[in-house]
Design a protein around this ligand. Sequence first.
Ligand SMILES: [Cu+2]
Length: 472
Amino acid sequence: MKSKQSIPHNSAVSTSSTTKINRREFLRIAAISTGAFALRKAMPVLAGGKGTGIRYPLHIPPGASPLNSFPLRAAPATADLGGGQLSNVLAYNGYFPGPTFRANAGDNVSVQFTNGLSESTSVHWHGMVVPTTMDGQPQDLLAPGANYQYQYPIIQRACLNWYHPHPHMETGSQVVRGLAGAFIVNDAVEAALNLPSGSYEVPLIIRDVNYDNAGNIVYNPTSSGYLAKNPMVNGTRDPYLNVDTALYRFRVLNGASARLFKLALSNGASFVLIGNDGGLLESAVRINQIEFSPGERLDLLVDFRGLTVGTNVTLQDVNTGWNLVEFRVVQLVSDGHSIPTTLSTIARLSNPVTTRLFSFDGMTRINGLQYDMNRIDFQVPFGQTELWRFTTNGNAPHPVHIHGASFQVQSRRGGRNMLYPWEGGWKDTVLLNDRETIEILIRFDGYRGRYLMHCHKLEHEDQGMMTNFLVI
Ligand SMILES: [Cu+2]
Protein backbone atom coordinates (compact mmCIF):
# COMPACT_ATOMS: atom_id res chain seq x y z
CA MET A 1 0.00 0.00 0.00
CA LYS A 2 1.38 3.38 -0.90
CA SER A 3 1.80 6.05 1.75
CA LYS A 4 -0.54 9.00 1.91
CA GLN A 5 2.32 11.41 1.25
CA SER A 6 2.59 10.12 -2.29
CA ILE A 7 -0.91 11.11 -3.34
CA PRO A 8 -1.03 13.70 -6.08
CA HIS A 9 -3.50 16.51 -5.56
CA ASN A 10 -5.48 16.46 -8.72
CA SER A 11 -5.39 13.11 -10.46
CA ALA A 12 -4.55 9.46 -10.25
CA VAL A 13 -1.39 9.92 -12.26
CA SER A 14 1.77 11.52 -10.97
CA THR A 15 5.20 12.02 -12.39
CA SER A 16 6.88 8.74 -11.61
CA SER A 17 5.89 5.17 -11.10
CA THR A 18 7.12 5.20 -7.52
CA THR A 19 4.51 7.76 -6.58
CA LYS A 20 1.82 6.50 -8.89
CA ILE A 21 -1.46 5.68 -7.26
CA ASN A 22 -4.32 3.82 -8.80
CA ARG A 23 -7.76 5.23 -9.20
CA ARG A 24 -9.38 2.93 -6.72
CA GLU A 25 -6.93 3.81 -3.99
CA PHE A 26 -7.30 7.46 -4.85
CA LEU A 27 -11.06 7.20 -4.53
CA ARG A 28 -10.74 5.21 -1.35
CA ILE A 29 -8.55 7.80 0.29
CA ALA A 30 -10.66 10.61 -1.09
CA ALA A 31 -13.65 8.93 0.51
CA ILE A 32 -11.84 8.64 3.82
CA SER A 33 -10.95 12.29 3.72
CA THR A 34 -14.61 13.20 3.33
CA GLY A 35 -15.57 11.12 6.31
CA ALA A 36 -16.74 7.89 4.71
CA PHE A 37 -14.69 5.80 7.09
CA ALA A 38 -16.64 2.66 6.43
CA LEU A 39 -14.95 2.36 3.06
CA ARG A 40 -11.57 2.16 4.67
CA LYS A 41 -11.87 -1.53 5.42
CA ALA A 42 -13.43 -2.42 2.09
CA MET A 43 -11.34 -4.91 0.16
CA PRO A 44 -11.09 -4.44 -3.58
CA VAL A 45 -13.74 -6.63 -5.15
CA LEU A 46 -14.02 -5.21 -8.63
CA ALA A 47 -13.19 -7.60 -11.42
CA GLY A 48 -10.78 -5.28 -13.13
CA GLY A 49 -10.45 -1.78 -14.44
CA LYS A 50 -14.09 -1.45 -15.47
CA GLY A 51 -15.43 -3.27 -12.45
CA THR A 52 -18.32 -4.92 -14.22
CA GLY A 53 -17.97 -8.01 -12.04
CA ILE A 54 -18.31 -10.22 -15.11
CA ARG A 55 -15.59 -12.80 -15.52
CA TYR A 56 -14.57 -14.91 -18.49
CA PRO A 57 -12.94 -18.36 -18.71
CA LEU A 58 -9.16 -18.13 -18.50
CA HIS A 59 -7.66 -18.79 -21.90
CA ILE A 60 -5.06 -21.56 -21.86
CA PRO A 61 -2.77 -21.27 -24.91
CA PRO A 62 -2.42 -24.53 -26.84
CA GLY A 63 0.71 -26.56 -26.25
CA ALA A 64 3.19 -27.17 -29.06
CA SER A 65 6.48 -28.94 -29.62
CA PRO A 66 9.12 -26.52 -31.00
CA LEU A 67 10.99 -29.27 -32.84
CA ASN A 68 11.13 -30.59 -36.43
CA SER A 69 10.70 -27.23 -38.20
CA PHE A 70 7.60 -26.30 -36.25
CA PRO A 71 5.93 -23.52 -38.28
CA LEU A 72 5.53 -20.28 -36.32
CA ARG A 73 4.01 -17.21 -37.93
CA ALA A 74 3.56 -13.74 -36.49
CA ALA A 75 0.63 -11.92 -38.06
CA PRO A 76 -2.29 -9.62 -37.33
CA ALA A 77 -5.29 -11.50 -35.97
CA THR A 78 -8.44 -11.01 -33.99
CA ALA A 79 -8.81 -12.48 -30.53
CA ASP A 80 -11.71 -12.94 -28.16
CA LEU A 81 -10.38 -11.34 -25.00
CA GLY A 82 -13.51 -12.37 -23.12
CA GLY A 83 -17.23 -12.11 -23.69
CA GLY A 84 -17.08 -12.77 -27.41
CA GLN A 85 -15.95 -9.33 -28.48
CA LEU A 86 -13.14 -9.60 -31.01
CA SER A 87 -10.12 -7.32 -30.70
CA ASN A 88 -7.36 -6.63 -33.19
CA VAL A 89 -4.09 -8.09 -31.96
CA LEU A 90 -0.78 -9.39 -33.22
CA ALA A 91 -0.54 -13.12 -32.70
CA TYR A 92 1.68 -16.16 -33.16
CA ASN A 93 -0.18 -18.76 -35.23
CA GLY A 94 -3.37 -16.86 -34.51
CA TYR A 95 -3.07 -17.33 -30.75
CA PHE A 96 -2.79 -14.58 -28.18
CA PRO A 97 -0.64 -15.40 -26.22
CA GLY A 98 1.23 -17.69 -28.62
CA PRO A 99 1.38 -21.48 -28.26
CA THR A 100 3.07 -22.74 -25.10
CA PHE A 101 6.18 -24.53 -26.29
CA ARG A 102 7.35 -27.51 -24.29
CA ALA A 103 10.58 -29.43 -24.83
CA ASN A 104 13.19 -31.35 -22.88
CA ALA A 105 16.70 -30.34 -21.96
CA GLY A 106 18.91 -31.76 -24.70
CA ASP A 107 16.28 -31.44 -27.44
CA ASN A 108 17.12 -29.58 -30.63
CA VAL A 109 14.73 -26.68 -31.11
CA SER A 110 13.80 -26.15 -34.74
CA VAL A 111 11.22 -23.47 -35.50
CA GLN A 112 10.48 -22.27 -39.01
CA PHE A 113 9.41 -18.69 -38.47
CA THR A 114 7.55 -16.48 -40.94
CA ASN A 115 7.02 -12.77 -40.51
CA GLY A 116 3.41 -12.12 -41.53
CA LEU A 117 3.45 -8.60 -40.10
CA SER A 118 3.71 -5.36 -42.06
CA GLU A 119 6.79 -4.43 -40.01
CA SER A 120 10.12 -6.08 -39.22
CA THR A 121 10.35 -8.43 -36.27
CA SER A 122 12.42 -11.21 -34.72
CA VAL A 123 11.92 -13.98 -32.19
CA HIS A 124 13.96 -13.66 -29.02
CA TRP A 125 13.99 -16.69 -26.73
CA HIS A 126 14.07 -14.96 -23.37
CA GLY A 127 16.00 -17.08 -20.88
CA MET A 128 17.30 -19.58 -23.42
CA VAL A 129 21.06 -19.75 -23.89
CA VAL A 130 21.38 -19.78 -27.69
CA PRO A 131 23.97 -18.79 -30.33
CA THR A 132 23.99 -15.11 -31.31
CA THR A 133 22.43 -15.81 -34.70
CA MET A 134 19.47 -17.54 -33.00
CA ASP A 135 18.97 -14.88 -30.31
CA GLY A 136 16.62 -12.65 -32.32
CA GLN A 137 18.71 -9.53 -31.64
CA PRO A 138 17.86 -6.12 -33.12
CA GLN A 139 20.55 -6.58 -35.82
CA ASP A 140 18.84 -9.71 -37.06
CA LEU A 141 15.35 -8.55 -37.96
CA LEU A 142 13.21 -10.21 -40.56
CA ALA A 143 11.43 -8.03 -43.09
CA PRO A 144 7.72 -8.55 -43.77
CA GLY A 145 7.28 -11.85 -45.58
CA ALA A 146 10.71 -13.17 -44.64
CA ASN A 147 11.40 -16.60 -43.13
CA TYR A 148 14.05 -17.79 -40.70
CA GLN A 149 14.86 -21.14 -39.17
CA TYR A 150 15.59 -20.80 -35.48
CA GLN A 151 17.66 -23.83 -34.48
CA TYR A 152 19.53 -24.53 -31.27
CA PRO A 153 20.01 -27.28 -28.70
CA ILE A 154 18.54 -26.77 -25.23
CA ILE A 155 21.64 -26.67 -23.04
CA GLN A 156 20.01 -25.71 -19.77
CA ARG A 157 17.90 -27.05 -16.93
CA ALA A 158 14.13 -27.18 -16.59
CA CYS A 159 12.55 -23.74 -16.38
CA LEU A 160 9.88 -21.41 -17.73
CA ASN A 161 11.19 -19.17 -20.49
CA TRP A 162 9.30 -17.17 -23.08
CA TYR A 163 9.54 -15.85 -26.60
CA HIS A 164 8.81 -12.39 -27.95
CA PRO A 165 10.04 -9.92 -30.61
CA HIS A 166 13.17 -7.81 -30.07
CA PRO A 167 13.22 -5.06 -32.75
CA HIS A 168 14.91 -1.90 -31.51
CA MET A 169 12.34 0.83 -30.70
CA GLU A 170 9.43 -1.47 -31.52
CA THR A 171 9.61 -4.20 -28.88
CA GLY A 172 7.07 -2.55 -26.58
CA SER A 173 4.63 -1.99 -29.42
CA GLN A 174 4.79 -5.57 -30.69
CA VAL A 175 4.74 -7.27 -27.30
CA VAL A 176 1.89 -5.15 -25.96
CA ARG A 177 -0.18 -5.80 -29.08
CA GLY A 178 0.15 -9.51 -28.42
CA LEU A 179 3.40 -11.15 -29.46
CA ALA A 180 4.52 -13.29 -26.52
CA GLY A 181 4.36 -16.94 -25.58
CA ALA A 182 5.61 -19.32 -22.89
CA PHE A 183 8.38 -21.87 -23.41
CA ILE A 184 8.61 -24.62 -20.80
CA VAL A 185 11.77 -26.71 -20.56
CA ASN A 186 11.54 -30.04 -18.73
CA ASP A 187 14.28 -32.30 -17.40
CA ALA A 188 14.78 -35.44 -15.30
CA VAL A 189 15.48 -33.62 -12.03
CA GLU A 190 12.16 -31.85 -12.26
CA ALA A 191 10.30 -35.00 -13.41
CA ALA A 192 11.53 -36.89 -10.32
CA LEU A 193 9.64 -34.43 -8.10
CA ASN A 194 6.28 -35.57 -9.52
CA LEU A 195 4.90 -32.05 -9.57
CA PRO A 196 1.31 -31.34 -10.67
CA SER A 197 0.96 -31.65 -14.45
CA GLY A 198 -1.60 -31.72 -17.22
CA SER A 199 -4.56 -29.53 -16.34
CA TYR A 200 -2.99 -28.99 -12.91
CA GLU A 201 -0.01 -27.13 -14.42
CA VAL A 202 -1.22 -23.77 -15.68
CA PRO A 203 0.76 -20.98 -17.33
CA LEU A 204 -0.25 -17.48 -16.22
CA ILE A 205 1.04 -14.65 -18.37
CA ILE A 206 0.14 -11.57 -16.36
CA ARG A 207 0.15 -8.08 -17.85
CA ASP A 208 -1.79 -4.86 -18.12
CA VAL A 209 -3.56 -3.39 -21.13
CA ASN A 210 -5.40 -0.34 -22.44
CA TYR A 211 -8.32 -0.52 -24.86
CA ASP A 212 -9.78 1.95 -27.34
CA ASN A 213 -13.52 2.52 -27.60
CA ALA A 214 -13.87 -0.45 -29.93
CA GLY A 215 -12.16 -2.76 -27.46
CA ASN A 216 -8.91 -3.03 -29.37
CA ILE A 217 -5.57 -3.00 -27.58
CA VAL A 218 -3.91 0.39 -27.57
CA TYR A 219 -0.20 0.92 -27.11
CA ASN A 220 0.00 4.46 -25.75
CA PRO A 221 3.07 4.60 -23.54
CA THR A 222 4.56 7.61 -21.86
CA SER A 223 8.32 8.00 -21.55
CA SER A 224 8.10 6.48 -18.09
CA GLY A 225 6.38 3.40 -19.44
CA TYR A 226 3.15 1.74 -20.47
CA LEU A 227 1.25 1.55 -17.20
CA ALA A 228 -2.15 0.47 -18.43
CA LYS A 229 -5.52 0.58 -16.73
CA ASN A 230 -6.67 -3.03 -16.96
CA PRO A 231 -5.25 -6.38 -15.92
CA MET A 232 -5.07 -9.24 -18.40
CA VAL A 233 -4.00 -12.86 -17.90
CA ASN A 234 -3.29 -15.18 -20.84
CA GLY A 235 -4.97 -12.70 -23.15
CA THR A 236 -8.18 -12.85 -21.11
CA ARG A 237 -9.78 -9.87 -19.46
CA ASP A 238 -11.08 -10.52 -15.93
CA PRO A 239 -10.59 -14.30 -16.07
CA TYR A 240 -11.74 -17.13 -13.87
CA LEU A 241 -10.43 -20.67 -13.74
CA ASN A 242 -12.45 -23.63 -12.48
CA VAL A 243 -10.25 -25.71 -10.20
CA ASP A 244 -10.47 -29.01 -8.33
CA THR A 245 -9.64 -29.53 -4.67
CA ALA A 246 -6.08 -30.30 -5.71
CA LEU A 247 -2.53 -29.01 -5.70
CA TYR A 248 -1.82 -26.75 -8.70
CA ARG A 249 1.41 -25.62 -10.28
CA PHE A 250 1.24 -22.13 -11.77
CA ARG A 251 3.97 -21.08 -14.20
CA VAL A 252 3.84 -17.33 -13.89
CA LEU A 253 5.37 -14.73 -16.20
CA ASN A 254 5.27 -10.99 -15.73
CA GLY A 255 4.53 -10.18 -19.36
CA ALA A 256 3.80 -6.50 -18.75
CA SER A 257 5.74 -3.74 -20.40
CA ALA A 258 6.48 -1.71 -17.29
CA ARG A 259 4.34 -2.78 -14.36
CA LEU A 260 5.46 -4.55 -11.20
CA PHE A 261 2.93 -6.99 -9.76
CA LYS A 262 2.77 -7.93 -6.09
CA LEU A 263 0.94 -11.24 -5.95
CA ALA A 264 -1.14 -12.52 -3.03
CA LEU A 265 -4.09 -14.89 -2.52
CA SER A 266 -7.38 -13.43 -1.31
CA ASN A 267 -7.85 -16.10 1.37
CA GLY A 268 -4.51 -15.31 2.96
CA ALA A 269 -3.06 -18.69 1.98
CA SER A 270 0.60 -18.83 1.13
CA PHE A 271 2.20 -19.71 -2.17
CA VAL A 272 4.78 -22.44 -2.20
CA LEU A 273 7.56 -20.89 -4.26
CA ILE A 274 9.56 -23.61 -6.01
CA GLY A 275 11.28 -21.84 -8.88
CA ASN A 276 12.00 -18.69 -10.85
CA ASP A 277 13.64 -17.59 -14.13
CA GLY A 278 16.32 -20.27 -14.22
CA GLY A 279 14.28 -23.19 -12.88
CA LEU A 280 13.89 -24.86 -9.52
CA LEU A 281 15.24 -23.30 -6.35
CA GLU A 282 17.18 -25.47 -3.91
CA SER A 283 14.25 -25.62 -1.47
CA ALA A 284 10.60 -24.71 -1.44
CA VAL A 285 9.61 -21.53 0.39
CA ARG A 286 6.17 -20.66 1.77
CA ILE A 287 5.45 -17.02 1.17
CA ASN A 288 2.38 -14.76 1.18
CA GLN A 289 3.41 -11.97 -1.18
CA ILE A 290 5.75 -11.87 -4.14
CA GLU A 291 6.61 -8.74 -6.12
CA PHE A 292 8.10 -9.26 -9.56
CA SER A 293 8.97 -7.15 -12.57
CA PRO A 294 8.58 -7.44 -16.35
CA GLY A 295 10.42 -10.47 -17.71
CA GLU A 296 10.71 -12.31 -14.38
CA ARG A 297 9.10 -15.74 -13.87
CA LEU A 298 7.75 -17.65 -10.86
CA ASP A 299 7.01 -21.32 -10.32
CA LEU A 300 4.29 -21.51 -7.66
CA LEU A 301 2.33 -24.30 -6.02
CA VAL A 302 -1.11 -23.36 -4.73
CA ASP A 303 -3.02 -25.84 -2.61
CA PHE A 304 -6.79 -25.90 -3.06
CA ARG A 305 -7.14 -29.13 -1.07
CA GLY A 306 -9.29 -28.72 1.99
CA LEU A 307 -11.38 -25.99 0.41
CA THR A 308 -15.10 -26.46 0.01
CA VAL A 309 -16.61 -26.75 -3.44
CA GLY A 310 -18.15 -23.36 -4.15
CA THR A 311 -15.27 -21.43 -2.63
CA ASN A 312 -13.66 -18.67 -4.70
CA VAL A 313 -10.06 -17.61 -4.19
CA THR A 314 -8.56 -14.78 -6.20
CA LEU A 315 -5.01 -14.11 -7.23
CA GLN A 316 -4.58 -10.44 -6.45
CA ASP A 317 -2.15 -7.69 -7.28
CA VAL A 318 -1.65 -5.92 -3.98
CA ASN A 319 -0.17 -2.84 -5.69
CA THR A 320 -3.35 -1.97 -7.59
CA GLY A 321 -6.01 -4.01 -5.80
CA TRP A 322 -6.71 -5.83 -9.05
CA ASN A 323 -8.19 -9.31 -8.92
CA LEU A 324 -6.07 -10.97 -11.59
CA VAL A 325 -7.66 -14.44 -11.72
CA GLU A 326 -10.56 -15.88 -9.77
CA PHE A 327 -10.12 -19.55 -8.92
CA ARG A 328 -13.52 -21.22 -8.54
CA VAL A 329 -13.39 -24.50 -6.63
CA VAL A 330 -15.90 -26.63 -8.54
CA GLN A 331 -14.94 -30.27 -8.07
CA LEU A 332 -13.98 -32.49 -5.19
CA VAL A 333 -11.13 -34.83 -6.04
CA SER A 334 -8.58 -36.83 -4.08
CA ASP A 335 -5.07 -35.55 -4.71
CA GLY A 336 -2.17 -37.34 -3.05
CA HIS A 337 0.61 -35.02 -4.27
CA SER A 338 3.10 -34.15 -1.58
CA ILE A 339 4.75 -30.76 -1.56
CA PRO A 340 8.48 -31.30 -1.97
CA THR A 341 10.84 -29.40 0.28
CA THR A 342 14.18 -30.19 -1.34
CA LEU A 343 14.06 -29.35 -5.03
CA SER A 344 17.39 -29.15 -6.81
CA THR A 345 21.12 -28.62 -6.44
CA ILE A 346 22.57 -25.31 -7.51
CA ALA A 347 26.32 -24.96 -7.94
CA ARG A 348 27.36 -21.59 -6.59
CA LEU A 349 29.40 -19.23 -8.72
CA SER A 350 32.32 -17.82 -6.75
CA ASN A 351 35.70 -16.10 -6.97
CA PRO A 352 34.97 -13.52 -9.67
CA VAL A 353 37.98 -12.55 -11.76
CA THR A 354 36.67 -9.18 -12.95
CA THR A 355 34.28 -6.60 -11.57
CA ARG A 356 32.23 -4.44 -13.94
CA LEU A 357 30.05 -1.45 -13.05
CA PHE A 358 26.85 -0.56 -14.87
CA SER A 359 24.88 2.57 -14.13
CA PHE A 360 21.30 2.64 -15.43
CA ASP A 361 20.97 6.33 -16.21
CA GLY A 362 17.71 8.18 -16.72
CA MET A 363 15.37 6.27 -18.99
CA THR A 364 17.63 5.78 -21.99
CA ARG A 365 21.27 5.03 -21.11
CA ILE A 366 23.64 2.52 -19.53
CA ASN A 367 26.94 4.00 -18.34
CA GLY A 368 25.97 7.22 -20.08
CA LEU A 369 25.48 5.61 -23.49
CA GLN A 370 22.34 5.06 -25.50
CA TYR A 371 22.15 1.81 -27.45
CA ASP A 372 23.87 1.71 -30.82
CA MET A 373 23.53 -1.66 -32.49
CA ASN A 374 26.82 -1.12 -34.32
CA ARG A 375 28.81 -0.49 -31.16
CA ILE A 376 30.25 -3.18 -28.86
CA ASP A 377 30.60 -1.70 -25.39
CA PHE A 378 32.72 -4.34 -23.65
CA GLN A 379 34.18 -7.81 -23.99
CA VAL A 380 33.80 -10.74 -21.60
CA PRO A 381 36.10 -13.78 -21.62
CA PHE A 382 34.27 -17.07 -22.16
CA GLY A 383 34.00 -19.29 -19.09
CA GLN A 384 35.18 -16.66 -16.61
CA THR A 385 33.16 -15.78 -13.51
CA GLU A 386 32.60 -12.04 -13.16
CA LEU A 387 30.94 -9.74 -10.66
CA TRP A 388 28.63 -7.19 -12.23
CA ARG A 389 27.37 -4.29 -10.12
CA PHE A 390 24.20 -2.41 -11.11
CA THR A 391 23.31 1.06 -9.85
CA THR A 392 20.79 3.65 -10.96
CA ASN A 393 20.38 7.38 -10.60
CA GLY A 394 16.58 7.15 -10.75
CA ASN A 395 13.59 6.44 -12.96
CA ALA A 396 13.36 2.85 -11.72
CA PRO A 397 12.04 0.22 -11.80
CA HIS A 398 14.71 -1.13 -14.13
CA PRO A 399 14.38 -4.90 -14.56
CA VAL A 400 17.92 -5.73 -15.71
CA HIS A 401 17.93 -8.59 -18.24
CA ILE A 402 20.99 -10.31 -19.71
CA HIS A 403 21.13 -12.50 -22.82
CA GLY A 404 23.52 -15.42 -23.20
CA ALA A 405 23.82 -16.65 -19.60
CA SER A 406 21.95 -16.97 -16.33
CA PHE A 407 23.36 -15.33 -13.21
CA GLN A 408 23.19 -15.52 -9.41
CA VAL A 409 22.15 -12.46 -7.42
CA GLN A 410 24.57 -11.81 -4.56
CA SER A 411 23.33 -8.69 -2.79
CA ARG A 412 21.09 -5.66 -2.85
CA ARG A 413 22.15 -2.60 -0.87
CA GLY A 414 20.16 0.61 -0.49
CA GLY A 415 16.49 0.83 -1.43
CA ARG A 416 14.79 -2.40 -0.36
CA ASN A 417 18.18 -3.47 1.03
CA MET A 418 17.56 -7.22 0.90
CA LEU A 419 17.25 -10.20 -1.40
CA TYR A 420 13.97 -12.07 -1.67
CA PRO A 421 13.41 -15.83 -1.86
CA TRP A 422 12.41 -15.57 -5.53
CA GLU A 423 15.81 -14.06 -6.31
CA GLY A 424 17.72 -17.20 -5.34
CA GLY A 425 19.03 -19.83 -7.72
CA TRP A 426 19.49 -18.88 -11.36
CA LYS A 427 18.10 -15.65 -12.79
CA ASP A 428 18.20 -13.77 -16.08
CA THR A 429 16.25 -10.70 -14.97
CA VAL A 430 16.60 -8.83 -11.65
CA LEU A 431 14.68 -5.81 -10.43
CA LEU A 432 16.85 -2.74 -9.81
CA ASN A 433 14.87 -0.11 -7.94
CA ASP A 434 15.75 3.47 -7.08
CA ARG A 435 18.65 3.91 -4.65
CA GLU A 436 19.64 0.26 -5.02
CA THR A 437 22.97 -1.35 -5.80
CA ILE A 438 22.76 -4.97 -6.91
CA GLU A 439 25.64 -7.36 -7.38
CA ILE A 440 25.44 -10.53 -9.44
CA LEU A 441 27.87 -13.26 -10.40
CA ILE A 442 27.76 -14.38 -14.02
CA ARG A 443 29.71 -16.74 -16.25
CA PHE A 444 29.21 -17.15 -19.99
CA ASP A 445 29.88 -20.77 -20.72
CA GLY A 446 27.33 -21.37 -23.47
CA TYR A 447 28.56 -19.58 -26.59
CA ARG A 448 30.97 -16.92 -27.74
CA GLY A 449 29.49 -14.02 -29.64
CA ARG A 450 27.48 -10.82 -29.31
CA TYR A 451 24.86 -10.55 -26.58
CA LEU A 452 22.76 -7.85 -24.95
CA MET A 453 22.06 -6.45 -21.54
CA HIS A 454 19.09 -4.12 -21.20
CA CYS A 455 16.32 -2.77 -19.06
CA HIS A 456 13.22 -4.94 -19.52
CA LYS A 457 10.87 -2.05 -18.97
CA LEU A 458 10.14 -2.14 -22.67
CA GLU A 459 9.88 1.63 -23.05
CA HIS A 460 13.33 2.09 -21.49
CA GLU A 461 14.69 -0.65 -23.73
CA ASP A 462 13.13 0.93 -26.81
CA GLN A 463 14.58 4.33 -25.85
CA GLY A 464 18.06 2.86 -25.77
CA MET A 465 18.72 1.52 -22.25
CA MET A 466 20.52 -1.43 -23.83
CA THR A 467 24.14 -2.41 -24.45
CA ASN A 468 25.97 -4.84 -26.73
CA PHE A 469 28.86 -6.93 -25.45
CA LEU A 470 30.99 -9.66 -26.90
CA VAL A 471 31.77 -12.98 -25.27
CA ILE A 472 35.28 -13.82 -26.54
CU1 LIG B 1 14.72 0.94 -16.99
